[in-house]
Design a protein around this ligand. Structure first.
Ligand code: AMP
Ligand code: ZN
Length: 131
């Protein structure tokens, strides 16, 4: 399978590694947008969040939390923890990854400001509720 994160995980492609254990790796995102933007990936190919087992995602979240805490300990003031799940949600690399983005006050905006759509939230919650 031609997957860039599989290639990084098996050492075929270089990365700027931050963390590694037997099941996961974390490395710097090449986007060079926010300083320290990091991706946490499973070593085994998993396409996206919904495809992961509870055990797999739990491990990745634990690693993301450890890295997030480490970055705050280093002096960053906060972190964004982001998973883009599926193409419609702007997932561009189809190997599960968690973005850990260190932040400092006033360092820019992660998202464009969103405007209210005037949705009837009561109706919507009825449609979306897990019974
Ligand atoms: P997403 O849009 O959530 O799928 O995020 C994919 C991320 O992977 C983007 O932020 C890319 O900049 C990043 N990316 C793509 N190729 C590489 C690579 N070879 N090394 C590090 N990060 C990468
Ligand atoms: Zn992969």
């Amino acid at each position: 399978m031609d997957c860039i994160f599989c290639k990084i995980a098996n050492g075929e492609t270089n990365c700027h590694k931050i963390y590694e254990d037997d099941k996961a790796m974390a490395f710097l995102d090449i986007s060079d947008d926010f300083e320290g933007h990091t991706l946490v990936v499973p070593k085994k190919h998993i396409a996206n969040f919904n495809e992961s087992s509870n055990c797999q995602i739990t491990h990745l979240i634990k690693v993301a939390k450890q890295i997030s805490q480490h970055y705050v300990d280093l002096g960053y003031e906060g972190t964004n923890i982001v998973i883009n799940n599926g193409e419609a949600a702007e997932q561009s690399v189809h190997h599960l990854h968690i973005h850990v983005i260190p932040r400092r006050k006033g360092d820019g905006k992660l998202y464009m400001p969103l405007h209210s759509r005037g949705t009837d939230l009561q109706k919507l919650a009825k449609k979306l509720r897990i019974k």
